[in-house]
Design a binder for this molecule. Structure first.
Ligand code: HEC
Length: 115
């Protein structure tokens, strides 16, 4: 009986770790929504939107329709290194050193689908 509880508990903890319900950002996280909330929303959400500033504007442009202008290839390269696509990307940081290629790709595809 006790053994079963322990197994259930361990499974629960593993599931939690995998699904990212802990508080620490998981370096292996590939869910684009979670990545976006962790790394991008502080600049790319409009005032009043979830993750965005309470008052005033946000620093980055609104990305809710970015898929109408950019495709996944462009976005992958841009997120990895904005300078590869724009000579003066201002405050937009390069994420090549922060995120893995897999994570960047997941984000790019997710953004490209926003139309
Ligand atoms: C420190 C603030 C900041 C963070 C964090 C940030 N961005 Fe940006 N982003 C900007 C700014 C500022 C621009 C506008 C750059 C310009 O002038 O072209 C921008 C532009 C963009 C664009 C538009 C490119 C275009 O011209 O169509 C995309 C797409 C984008 N960011 C994606 C992301 C993603 C994905 C993340 C998270 C991995 C992220 N950004 C994190 C500030 C930020």
């Amino acid at each position: 009986m006790l053994g079963r509880c322990v197994v259930a508990y361990v499974l629960f903890v593993c599931f939690c770790a995998l699904s990212g319900c802990g508080t620490k950002p998981d370096p292996a996280e590939t869910s684009p929504q979670v990545l976006y909330d962790q790394h991008c929303a502080k600049c790319h959400a409009r005032a009043g939107e979830p993750g965005g500033p309470g008052i005033g504007g946000s620093r980055g442009p609104n990305l809710t329709k970015i898929g109408t202008e950019r495709d996944a290839e462009w976005l992958t390269a841009y997120i990895r290194d904005p300078k590869s696509k724009k000579p003066d990307p201002k405050l937009m940081p390069a994420f090549g050193g922060t995120l893995t290629d897999e994570q960047i790709r997941a984000l790019a595809e997710w953004l490209a689908a926003k139309k």
